[in-house]
Design a protein around this ligand. Sequence first.
Ligand SMILES: Cc1ncc(COP(=O)(O)O)c(C=O)c1O
Length: 462
Amino acid sequence: MIRKKVIFTLFFMLSRIGIFISTAKLQNSISLSRNIRTVSAIMSKFELPERFKGNEKSVWVEYIQLALKYKPLNLGQGFPDFYAPENVTKALAAAATSENPLLNQYTRGFGHPRLVNALAKLYSKLLQRDLDPNNEILVTAGAYEALYATLQGHTSPGDEWIIIEPFFDCYAPMVNTAGGIPRFIALKPTKTTGKVTSADWVFDRKEMESLFNEKTKGIIINTPHNPVGKVFTEDELQFIADLAKKWNVLVVSDEVYEWIVYEPYRHIRIATLPGMYERTITIGSAGKTFSVTGWKTGWAYGPENLLYNLKVVHQNAVYTCTTPIQEAVAVGFEEEIKKFGQPDCYFHSLAKELLPKREYMAKFLCDVGMTPVVPEGGYFMVANWTALADKVRLQEEEDANKDYRFTKWMTKNVGVQGIPPSAFYSDQHKHLGEDNVRYCFIKKDENLKKAADILLKWKSQQ
Ligand SMILES: Cc1ncc(COP(=O)(O)O)c(C=O)c1O
């Protein structure tokens, strides 16, 4: 009797557990499918807006991760690994601890008065025309924001922008997300063996002419150029200027490396060519000018009517940039303006300081077996690596483009990191960048030597 009762109780309990489990299972699967429905509703409602699609990949995000993981000698990203000039860093410390409490508060939205005044003074002298500090200059969060405000502020859906490849990689996404259409034309080397310089990289004039049409809103130029180092000649700039005038289009001139030009070359501002100020927006960067890339302070200058659109974008996105940094940059400009033309003026001394580094890098890249493109300006060097193709196991990497495979393999197996230049080309022209790698030489001599030693040792072991 007792046994029967125990069996019955056990049976009853098991069946309850069974009912409980299957009810729980049912509830679980109902709540799972509800969850899936909720998640997919959330996903579809909050997925990346259409206008940003296709712009997700960033070479910088990917290669910073790579550097963090493999800890190579990093010649990839473009920033100095040495101290910035003392006058600007001290000016920043002084601004932050100033007796004037307002130097740590919001300043004028379109640019801190002391900075726009200093910029107006400098560029009025360089352009030989009086710039109005309040209406012809806009201070931005780096040259990056100046580019963004320009392209957002001057693009309506369907507007075409001519972009010269290789190009600083944000130009095309900025045009795309503003609803514009990038039209690409590549600089091509006229020479790939022997001593090659950035002057050997040119655009085809017929091809350039063929890109201009009624829908063209503007052209973006970058001189001195990243990554090739080309300093556009007056003749090339005049050719572009004539087309810009013929088709009534804007010129956006990215001149962030304006002070880094090597003798005997000269930086020419396209805004100074006849009839060009009226249709040019020129962009500069304190990060590049004073070797303080982390300060992310830039500017755009140009005629009031063109800058108006940028101001509208800026006031609705950023509104105002950091006050103490603008104060420090202003102090830097005031001091350099006083020394202008003298050898100790930072605008002239930086390129002199970089010249031996350029020569050193060009030599060790040659010794390793690459063909460097010696830059006329800027602090990057593009080098053809294909002579080393039988020494690198590209098949171990999965990327579609050979330069990505080369740079990743070198980072992981040799310990020196460069940037793949195909990142600076449109999808249809990526093959044009694949034979090259970009290295940066604004690095301490000891680090350049380490890079040379690593590469040469690797080469000798092959
Ligand atoms: C050609 C070019 N334009 C613009 C920028 C952006 O400058 P910033 O750091 O002032 O935003 C860079 C930075 O590397 C650059 O190389």
